[in-house]
Design a protein around this ligand. Structure first.
Ligand code: HEC
Ligand code: HEC
Length: 228
């Protein structure tokens, strides 16, 4: 049994020591924040984007770093996952991306405001979060990228890969299937119709009409039909 006096000493010493540790660790954390957040990359545009993010209550539906509401997807890594072009389309007209299915607000952002939000989301994605959010442990296709035909239209990386995979790259989790071998699956005419308006080919499909112009479609069809 501790005497009353030694119990008090024990309590005070214990409190002082743990409080001391708390202060030291707090200072240490604060020192690491600028490096972990890449503070130097925080541009004017990203700061305006952060204000737009707050003013428009994006957190009312989305989370960033797990913080916010669980109605809509986590946005911490959305820049890396979806790319600027896709985000820009979501911010322009979500309904057009996913007719009749999605419940994201259509904001009337100016081109600058969209760029600011994209800059903010890009900056957020680069914060060192010690591995959050965890990546699913999926087996990546063994096919190497060098087996793919050359002259890949840049839109494949910028847009299609946010929903599809190809040669082991891109989104392994869908929602679209892998595009490997799609040239032996479908003919040129089908691919052209599909890319012009997926909904017309397959009513109710999850692939949005991306409003591609004729030139881009020609380029894509000629590339996709080589994927055999
Ligand atoms: C009323 C709810 C709601 C609000 C408010 C909202 N969103 Fe969304 N958002 C959604 C839903 C639902 C989706 C999912 C669409 C889908 O499944 O592809 C989405 C998707 C997105 C995506 C694509 C994410 C991905 O990985 O596919 C981005 C980027 C995005 N929202 C940004 C924003 C920004 C920026 C704001 C604020 C300016 C905002 N959202 C406000 C509901 C909302
Ligand atoms: C927002 C997500 C999304 C984007 C962006 C997207 N796709 Fe898709 N795509 C899908 C989904 C989902 C399917 C499956 C649709 C179905 O079967 O109903 C699909 C199906 C396809 C198919 C048919 C594949 C098969 O094996 O049946 C092709 C070809 C295709 N997409 C090409 C493209 C190209 C090229 C792009 C870029 C210009 C693109 N997609 C962008 C979601 C997307």
């Amino acid at each position: 049994m501790l005497s009353k006096k030694s119990a008090r000493t024990f309590f005070i010493a214990g409190t002082v020591i743990t409080f001391g540790c708390f202060i030291v660790l707090t200072i240490d954390t604060f020192k690491k924040i600028p490096a972990q957040t890449n503070q130097h990359n925080l541009s004017e545009s990203a700061i305006r984007g952060k204000h737009l993010f707050d003013q428009n209550n994006c957190m009312g539906c989305h989370t960033i770093m797990g913080e916010g509401a669980y109605y809509a997807p986590e946005l911490t890594k959305t820049y890396e996952k979806r790319g600027a072009k896709f985000i820009e389309m979501m911010l322009t007209d979500p309904e057009k991306m996913f007719p009749g299915k999605r419940k994201m607000v259509k904001y009337n952002f100016t081109a600058q405001e969209k760029q600011d939000l994209i800059a903010f989301l890009k900056w957020v994605g680069e914060i060192d979060l010690n591995g959050f959010p965890p990546k699913p442990d999926l087996q990546v296709s063994q096919q190497s990228v060098s087996n793919l035909p050359g002259n890949q239209p840049s839109i494949i990386q910028d847009m299609c890969m946010s929903c599809h995979s190809l040669g082991g790259q891109g989104s392994q989790e869908g929602p679209g299937p892998a595009l490997d071998g799609v040239g032996s699956k479908y003919g040129v005419e089908y691919l052209r119709r599909w890319l012009s308006n997926p909904e017309e080919v397959k009513p109710g499909t999850e692939m949005p009409n991306l409003e591609l112009d004729k030139e881009t479609i020609d380029e894509l069809v000629s590339y996709l039909s080589k994927l055999k």
